[in-house]
Design a binder for this molecule. Sequence first.
Ligand SMILES: Nc1ncnc2c1ncn2[C@@H]1O[C@H](COP(=O)(O)OP(=O)(O)OP(=O)(O)O)[C@@H](O)[C@H]1O
Length: 570
Amino acid sequence: MKHASFRAAATTALSLAVLGALIFFLLPKYWVFLITAVFIVGIALQSLGLVTGRTGMISLCQMSFAGVGAWVTGYLNLIGAPGGLAVWMLIGGLAAVPVGIAIGLPALRLRGINLAIVTLGFAAAFDTVLATITFPGQTTFTQVVRPAAFDSDKGYFLFVLLTYGVIAVVLEFVSRSRLGAAWLAVRHSERAAAANGISIPRAKLSAFAISAFISGISGGLLAGYLGTLVSENFSMMQSLALFAVATMAGAHFALGAIAGGMMIVLFPELLRRLNLPQDVGNVLFALGAVQALSTGETIAETWMRLARKLRPKRVVEAATAAGSLPEKTSHPAGIALEVRDLTVRYGTVTALDKVNLKVPAGTVVGLVGPNGAGKSTLVDAIAGFLYRYDGSILLNGKALEGVSATSRSKLGIRRTWQTTRIAPELRVGEYIRLAAGPINESALESLLAWFGCPGPETPISTVDVGTRRLLDVAGAVASRAPVILLDEPAAGVSYDEALKLGERIAAIPETFGSAVLLIEHDMDLVRRACTAITVFDFGRVIAAGAPAAVLDMPVVQKAYMGVEFEEAAE
Ligand SMILES: Nc1ncnc2c1ncn2[C@@H]1O[C@H](COP(=O)(O)OP(=O)(O)OP(=O)(O)O)[C@@H](O)[C@H]1O
């Protein structure tokens, strides 16, 4: 995985170096000056891409963060603070961080249009404040001093390109780290992210904080680029245009950020040369954003898809058992999970009615029942996704009431979902690491091979739904938590694969140390995997015990398989 990060970072750095050299040596001074702005805007776009494209939150005040960075840079320039522009813009970026966190706080509760309104409101308020306080040196026309070695316009281009490169390379590493995977997981499904032990507040606030820092740096660079700034440089309209372009271009990709920067900088230049009003640009950006949202594909993604078509088709390679499996964890003996008198109501519907269930350590307990019997509700309650229930749930004898889903996951309750919720932008290995925490390369390969999954570098977007379900299970198992809840893991898997999966599930306690609660409709798989089963009907336990005996009970056949008692008795 580390090699992949280094490879991606080296490719980014090399591409930028080549691009930079071509621009520096081949283009006239005026164009180099213009393209410098492309990269400054590209940095602002990358910052926005982190919050929106990567983490799935709306921020319509990104230029306000840039404004904070620019203002602080201007102030440090005015007072002649030591360190020069490179230090000032870093301090400017840091100053934007608390503002980013403050804006991120509402994002913990708000989504979509409501978050858009809050961030837009902040951008409007910031507009007014900036217009009133003005930029340091604005009235006296004090120019922000560029670093001595990069003073000329061409030199400043190199300074900006270098900053862009450093940010792009660092983001390449971060995006392949657990934090980067957590952002994508949150964007895709907050519930699934929480089930993997990810703190949603931490993921969201870190995205806003880092994004504000990068945006603040772009503001500092803009100060050095233009010399003096006015509040209009960071107006609400600028933030809106940035958002539209980020949505259209795919600013969370380095390629998309540069493409977006070119649009924002070069399009007005084109309109100017054609004697057309500048507002035309914003209209086209908005149309482009609508187009990207309706097709679900940004410009960067379209380019990457077309580039993939040109390359030879990648064959999904199965993982190879290179070494030993992750070590078995020893958990306390006795009852790993206990549910006592659990009652859950959805309005007038009683989904669970005084349910009692035990999953002893070292066993696989099956939970079966017809559709609507309450099985998923039980999993939701155990994993902490129901705010209210009566009764009690205990993990190794400790009650879990009042404990959040993220904390339950960290304490040792892992779950999978009926429909896969893995972020398709991740690679197989990134997902397993997200779900399981640190795991060495050979153990990862072996675990994937044990489940018959593809290799760690395989993009999840290229694997079928059945394989994604297996990855769900592999991720939960790799965590080696005391209790694993598998919600219909064989859905979408072929019959033969389901039987094989049954054998694997049966071996989980012995191999990894986890106890399993398995919900499944496939009775062959249940027979193969479970030491005991519990049968639900209408939210009540109607039978429990050894699989063969329970599945033969007339009451179970009637409830679950639709066989009338009389017929079953015949
Ligand atoms: N969010 C909800 N609001 C209202 N009723 C709900 C909600 N979720 C589930 N129910 C109801 O609770 C009952 C139990 O549903 P649940 O999904 O837990 O059953 P299940 O056994 O998992 O079914 P399936 O096998 O189809 O997944 C059903 O009557 C269902 O309609």
